[in-house]
Design a protein around this ligand. Sequence first.
Ligand code: UDP
Length: 330
Amino acid sequence: MAKERVLITGAAGFLGSHLCDRFIKEGYDVIGMDNLITGSMDNIAHLMGKEHFEFYHHDVSKYVHVPGELKYILHFASPASPIDYLKIPIQTLKVGAHGTHNLLGLAKDKKARILVASTSEVYGDPLVHPQTEDYYGNVNPIGPRGVYDEAKRFMESITMAYHTYHQLETRIVRIFNTYGPRMRLNDGRVLPAFIGQALRGEDLTIFGDGSQTRSFCYVDDLVEGIYRLLLSDHVYPVNVGNPDEITISEFAEEIIKLTGTKQKVIYKDLPEDDPKKRQPDITKAQKLLGWEPKVNRQEGLKITYEYFKSLDKEKLFQKEHKDFEKYIVK
Ligand code: UDP
């Protein structure tokens, strides 16, 4: 019997590539799609040439054609680090808006169920803590993060509209900060930034006074939550993330301990609209999906550190964002 087919967009990205692995493991045929603006073929090199994997090099902001049947579509294509949105703001808007529209159209045509990757950024700089799914958020539409936040908010709207108007089977996951192997070393996000700095023998750069908080989820836990949400019958957004909240200062200390670096922390200006607090309320995911994270930060960071250490030195010193301060520091 032919296997069921799944389309995963953003397949060469951090989350997309882990999802490809999971769906192949679950016995699906996976079609991975990516335009490789922020993704890397290194993340899916191990899948290339495999019987149950096909790769389409395509930008989903343009019309998407996939021959044959599709059971599920997972839309994970998008720049996802604050520096990326600043460098490629128009593509960020287009993939959340046009890309989502194209994939909803494809899902309708194929009678496929679609899950879209939304984000805790829909809550902006939140005034409700921890963030529950019924909070509408505090987003600056014209700030540097607006291109990402508003694209994702539009993504949620159009997805719900296709559900109500076309009776499409839709799922929306709101993803909180996630980490693990295959994160881009130089995408500017805090975890690869700190680990990269430690490995290069540089000081760790804390933005602001370091009192802002984040809650970091290990990638395997996130993938499990997404998999369960896709198979559930819940059409409204569900937070998936790890509620273990930590300040960025404490996080820097953890990385210093983990890596044994002798460097110190230095302070830089806080980027505009940087959320002061972030922590998911996962009551809904616990109740509806029987899901909660299993991997604690100590374990997850160790695995992630080993991954970054295993990269070739050349990559470590390749500073794709060497000019990034001009983008984000006021
Ligand atoms: N951050 C930092 N130093 C860095 C990179 C980021 O202090 O070198 C801070 C950033 O200002 C934010 C937090 O770490 O408060 C998380 O940033 P990230 O870019 O990883 O993602 P965000 O959660 O802001 O989308």
